[in-house]
Unconditional design. Structure first.
Length: 320
């Protein structure tokens, strides 16, 4: 990949003043209540603070990639979530390979991650649209996936406002300034001025993975920086990658937005396109889930590797 803003990110990470504390660490349940209304930020933290499990690029048929678990291991990550018992699960797109048909969901996803379907707040990806209108995705997740003509929605969980966006911009009238999704997003953020905000979509704005940066999300990223959004989760690149808080140009800035890519749900891994430099944390060997604990004024993250993998990552960040 030609040098991009990611190049500037990794060159400048070492100079950023970041408030990070990074640490190393080695059936169905009813959907928790969520509301579209503003949730005021609370003070302090408690054991009742919501826990989220997240990952993207998840399930594929037993015959995919020669059926080898090392190349298609959604069962292992599903078992992790069942053991974690989170309050909510966020999928980060490309939920069921290859084309998200109803039959594929019934055969694989439903028998693994479907065990906690009532907890899932899904995010739409490019593979969803390999079935016209993403019919398999919207049919499987139903109302939880939002309006089938949009694929974006928001809800509140604890003290946090959470927004799921559609990075497949050509299917929803674009993502540029004045597009329907961008107008909706700015209005939604203005109507929900919580202290802490999490946004999810599939194709990461910043990535040194195989697919690189999702430039179509530039305007939306700028909107999130201006609104002091705290965290963006993405998938698409089949790897784990964590950046520091970044400004509108992708430079490290403590007042910017942090992005974590967690395309580690089970599908085969992708290589990185440029070498790691500075404080960028990444891995393309482990399957696993991202655990988020949402405190009223901060959040903790921890990458939990599936059994047999050693990579991990964790830390805390105050809301901005």
């Amino acid at each position: 990949m030609a040098e991009s803003v990611v190049g500037r990110v990794v060159r400048n990470i070492g100079t950023a003043a970041l408030a990070l504390s990074v640490v190393s660490c080695s059936t169905a349940i009813a959907r928790p209540s969520v509301t579209p209304a503003v949730t005021p930020a609370a003070t302090g933290a408690s054991a009742s603070d919501p826990v989220i499990a997240a990952a993207g690029d998840i399930a594929c048929a037993p015959t995919a990639n020669k059926g080898a678990p090392a190349n298609c291991d959604q069962a292992a990550t599903a078992a992790q979530i069942l053991a974690l018992k989170p309050d909510a699960v966020i999928t980060l797109g490309d939920n069921q390979y290859e084309s998200n048909t109803a039959d594929q969901y019934a055969t694989v996803f439903d028998k693994t991650w479907g065990q906690f379907k009532d907890l899932i707040h899904p995010t739409i990806g490019n593979h969803e649209y390999l079935t016209p209108g993403a019919a398999g995705y919207f049919g499987y997740f139903g109302a939880a996936a939002g309006d089938p003509t949009k694929g974006y929605y928001s809800f509140n969980l604890g003290a946090w406002h959470i927004v799921a966006l559609n990075s497949e911009c050509s299917h929803v009238g674009g993502c540029s300034s004045g597009s329907p999704q961008e107008v909706w997003l700015t209005g939604d953020l203005a109507a929900n001025p919580t202290a802490c905000t999490l946004v999810t979509w599939h194709e990461p704005r910043w990535s040194s993975g195989e697919h690189g940066d999702a430039v179509q999300m530039a305007t939306i990223w700028d909107d999130l920086v201006a609104a002091h959004v705290d965290l963006v989760l993405a998938g698409h690149n089949h790897d784990y990658e964590r950046f520091p808080a970044l400004d509108a140009d992708g430079n490290p800035d403590p007042s910017g937005v942090q992005e974590i890519v967690a395309g580690t749900g089970g599908k085969n891994h992708y290589p990185f396109s440029v070498p790691p430099i500075g404080g960028e944390i990444r891995d393309s060997t482990a399957y696993g889930i991202l655990k988020l604990t949402l405190h009223p004024s901060s959040y903790d993250w921890q990458f939990l590797p599936a059994p047999g993998y050693s990579f991990t990552d964790g830390g805390s960040m105050p809301c901005r």
